[in-house]
Design a protein around this ligand. Structure first.
Ligand code: ATP
Ligand code: MG
Length: 252
């Protein structure tokens, strides 16, 4: 088991229950998508897994070990579990060159020589299909899609086992989304990384994931294999979600 979440609960001040007894298992190589309406708790779940938010209750296991404190989870998770966020315009610090941004991701890695660092950087840029000569450039010189690839390259620097993509395609136009999806499709084979893919775009979900978890109001209400979920969703909410998504997407 790569990741095991057991009975996670999280309420925010003001009484919002963002996670209400959430359990989820992820096997290595099993790419799982998490879908559900805005505000249902997807980002909160990702932040709890990353150790950025402490849950009120529940347990997180990674590669068989329990991480009970946020601090313990952070150190290890920084390397093994990486997250790519929605907005590539705010997630990259404009003051740093691509080389510095990628180098920062090696902070917790065993020490490398300059040559090894450069080789690692060129390797991750190739994985996201960016040329190696961009290392001296700065984030503002890139398009949204390129920035999101740089954010993905940064996430890959520490050779993580799990990548959490939180709406990582949402801010990009459809053609750029297609490009990044094809990069994402190839990555597992080339790196062994497993995804938790949080998304609104159900076509992307269908293309990328073998299993889909549907969240509503802090709970996972249905979790099924992709083909099963898309052909015969059992929960009325999932049925409504699929109908809305595909009607909407067909009409644009
Ligand atoms: N820091 C916070 N303080 C208070 N309430 C919060 C905080 N973060 C999230 N919430 C609330 O918790 C609920 C779940 O939020 P969350 O961001 O996890 O949803 P989401 O599924 O990621 O939504 P979206 O699809 O819009 O990104 C929402 O009602 C939100 O308003
Ligand atoms: Mg969110």
């Amino acid at each position: 088991m790569l990741l095991k979440l057991e009975g996670l609960r999280k309420s925010y001040p003001g009484g919002v229950t963002a996670l209400d007894d959430v359990s989820l298992d992820l096997m290595p190589g099993e790419h799982v998508s998490l879908v559900g309406e805005s505000g249902c708790g997807k980002t909160t779940l990702a932040r709890v897994v990353m150790g950025l938010v402490a849950p009120d209750a529940g347990r997180v296991f990674f590669e068989g070990r329990e991480f009970s404190s946020v601090r313990a989870r952070r150190g290890m998770f920084c390397r093994k579990v990486r997250m790519v966020f929605q907005d590539p315009f705010t997630s990259l610090d404009p003051r740093y060159s691509v080389r510095a941004i990628l180098g920062e991701a090696l902070r917790l890695e065993p020490r490398m020589t300059r040559g090894e660092e450069l080789a690692r950087m060129r390797g991750v840029l190739a994985l996201v299909r960016l040329p190696p000569d961009i290392l001296a450039r700065y984030p503002h010189e890139f398009s949204g899609g390129e920035r999101q690839r740089i954010a993905m390259a940064r996430a890959l620097m520490s050779q993580p086992s799990l990548l959490i993509l939180d709406e990582a395609l949402s801010s990009l136009d459809v053609l750029v989304q297609q490009d990044i999806l094809s990069v994402l499709e190839e990555l597992p084979r080339r790196t062994g990384v497993t995804y938790l893919f949080i998304a609104h775009n159900l076509r992307a979900v269908r293309r990328l994931s073998r299993r889909v978890a549907v969240m509503r109001q802090g709970r996972i209400i249905e979790c099924a294999g992709r083909d099963e979920l898309f052909s015969s969703p059992s929960h009325p909410y999932t049925q409504a979600l699929l109908k809305a998504a595909f009607n909407y997407e067909v009409s644009v």
